[in-house]
Design a binder for this molecule. Structure first.
Ligand SMILES: *[C@@H]1O[C@H](CO)[C@@H](O)[C@H](O)[C@H]1NC(C)=O
Ligand SMILES: *[C@@H]1O[C@H](CO)[C@@H](O)[C@H](O)[C@H]1NC(C)=O
Ligand SMILES: *[C@@H]1O[C@H](CO)[C@@H](O)[C@H](O)[C@H]1NC(C)=O
Ligand SMILES: *[C@@H]1O[C@H](CO)[C@@H](O)[C@H](O)[C@H]1NC(C)=O
Length: 378
C-alpha cells in the first residue's frame, strides 16, 4: 500500500498527473529518483545501456531494486538510433539478476512441448473475431487484467468488427493461486494457461504458446496483436489502421520497429543472450514486444518457422528471427508516431491519436480511459 502510494506520487512529480499539489514524496525517494536520472544521463552520454555504465555493481543493483517498480529510463538495446526508450518494470515478474544461471539448454520454446491447462477452445467460433488481442500476463497480476477488462479489453465491437481480448498465463507457484485463477477463468472466460513455469526468462515460450493458440483455436481471425498488460491501446485507431485498404491481410506485421540492434553480451543484463544461443552480433529487424499487430496467417507460419530457429530468451527479437526465416519483413506503420513507448506528460490529444503506449499502473489505465472516453462522448 505504502509503495503504491509512493509510486503514484513519483509519477505525479514527473508532471503526469493533473493534481501536482497532492504530491508528498519522501526525501529518500526523491534522492533515488535524482540518482536514476543521473545514471540515465551517464548511460545516454556514453551510449551504453544503464548496466554497463561505470558504476559499482552493488550500487547499481541496489538502485535497481529500489526503482524496480518504476520505469527505468535507458537505451534498449544499445541503439544505432538516437532514441531513448522508456522501459517497463519487467523485473516485477522476475529479478534480472536471477536469470543468468539457468541452463540455456533447457529453454525450449516450440509450443508442441506444452499444453493448455486452461483453455477457451470454442471462443473464436462463437465470437468470430476480426481482431484478437492476446495479453501475456503473470498469474498474480489480476489487477492488470481487471483494468484491461474494464477498458480496452471491453471493446468487443469496433467499427462493426468483433474484437476479442484474452490473457495468457503460465503455471503459478501454488494450489491456492491456481484455484483463484480457475475461479477467475469461470467468471470471465478469458484466461488461457499453459504448463510452463511463468517467469521473465520464459517469455519466448509464452509468446510462442500465444502463436500456437491463435493458429489452432482461432485461424478465422483476420488480425491479432500481442500486447503487454501495462499498455494503453486505442482500439479505434488500431481498427482504422487494420481496415485501411493499404493494410495487407497476409504476411503483415507492424509496430515499433527495432532496427540494427546489437545482441547484449553483458552477463549482468536482463537481456543477456549467450553467443551459444545466438551467435550473430545483431538481431534481425523486429518489433518491440510491448505491442505488435499482425495478419493472423502469420501465427501458424511463425510456429512452423520456430522449428528451424533455435530459441533464445528475448521474445520479440525471437519473433523477428522467425520472420527472417519466413522471409517476411516487418512493416513500418503508416504513422510511426502511433506506436509509442512513452508519451510523457498526460495529454488527451496524444492518447486520442496513438495506438499504443506504455503505462505505469492499472489505475492509470482506468483514469486515462475515463478521461479519453469522456471527450469522445462530448
Ligand atoms: C535523432 O536526432 C535528430 C537530430 O537531433 C532528430 O532530427 C531525429 O528526429 C532523431 N531521431 C529519432 C529517431 O529520435
Ligand atoms: C463493458 O461494457 C459494457 C457496455 O458496453 C458495460 O455494460 C460493462 O459493464 C463493461 N464491463 C466492464 C467489466 O467494465
Ligand atoms: C521457466 O523458467 C524457470 C525459471 O525462470 C525455469 O526454472 C524453467 O525451467 C523454465 N522453463 C519451463 C518450461 O518452465
Ligand atoms: C548499425 O549499427 C552499427 C553500430 O552498431 C553502425 O556502425 C552501423 O552504421 C549501423 N547500420 C545502419 C544501417 O544503421
Amino acid at each position: 500500500m505504502e509503495t503504491k502510494l509512493s509510486n503514484r506520487n513519483v509519477w505525479k512529480s514527473l508532471g503526469a498527473d493533473r493534481a501536482p499539489h497532492r504530491c508528498h514524496i519522501k526525501t529518500g525517494f526523491f534522492l533515488l529518483l535524482t540518482l536514476v536520472f543521473l545514471l540515465t544521463a551517464i548511460a545516454y552520454v556514453s551510449g551504453f545501456p544503464l548496466e554497463t555504465a561505470v558504476l559499482p555493481d552493488t550500487l547499481y543493483k541496489k538502485v535497481l531494486n529500489q526503482i524496480r517498480s518504476y520505469y527505468v529510463v535507458t537505451e534498449y538495446p544499445p541503439a544505432s538510433e538516437n532514441q531513448t526508450i522508456f522501459l517497463k518494470p519487467k523485473s516485477v515478474q522476475q529479478s534480472p539478476t536471477q536469470t543468468t544461471d539457468i541452463s540455456v539448454h533447457h529453454h525450449v520454446a516450440h509450443p508442441s512441448n506444452y499444453h493448455f491447462t486452461l483453455d477457451e477452445p470454442d471462443k473464436c467460433s462463437q465470437w468470430d473475431p476480426f481482431l484478437v488481442l492476446m495479453v501475456p500476463v503473470a498469474p498474480h497480476q489480476r489487477e492488470a487484467r481487471n483494468a484491461i477488462r474494464s477498458t480496452w479489453g471491453n471493446e468487443s465491437s469496433v467499427q462493426g468488427k468483433a474484437v476479442l481480448t484474452l490473457f495468457l498465463v503460465g503455471l503459478t507457484g501454488g494450489a491456492e493461486a491456481q484455484q483463484q485463477l480457475e475461479e477467475e477463468s469461470r467468471q470471465h472466460r478469458d484466461l488461457l494457461q499453459s504448463n510452463f513455469v511463468d517467469s521473465y526468462f520464459n517469455l519466448t515460450i509464452k509468446t510462442m504458446v500465444i502463436m500456437d493458440w491463435l493458429a489452432t483455436r482461432c485461424p478465422q481471425a483476420t488480425f491479432s496483436m500481442k500486447v503487454d498488460s501495462d499498455m494503453y491501446i486505442n482500439v479505434e485507431n488500431l481498427m482504422t489502421l487494420l481496415l485501411s485498404p493499404n493494410t495487407p491481410r497476409q504476411n503483415y506485421i507492424t509496430g515499433y520497429l527495432m532496427r540494427n540492434r546489437s545482441v547484449i553480451r553483458n552477463k549482468k543484463s536482463k537481456w543477456y543472450v549467450s553467443q551459444e544461443l545466438y551467435p550473430e552480433p545483431k538481431y534481425p529487424t523486429y518489433l518491440l514486444g510491448m505491442g505488435y499487430v499482425f495478419s493472423n496467417d502469420l501465427s501458424e507460419k511463425i510456429v512452423e518457422a520456430s522449428k528451424e530457429v533455435k530459441s533464445f530468451n528475448i521474445e520479440d527479437a525471437y519473433v523477428g528471427a522467425c520472420l527472417k526465416q519466413l522471409g517476411v519483413a516487418p512493416s513500418s506503420p503508416p504513422d510511426s508516431s502511433q506506436f509509442r513507448a512513452y508519451l510523457g506528460q498526460y495529454n488527451r490529444e496524444n492518447f486520442l491519436r496513438v495506438i499504443t503506449t506504455i503505462l505505469r499502473s492499472p489505475q492509470q489505465l482506468i483514469d486515462i480511459w475515463k478521461d479519453v472516453k469522456q471527450i469522445k462522448l462530448e
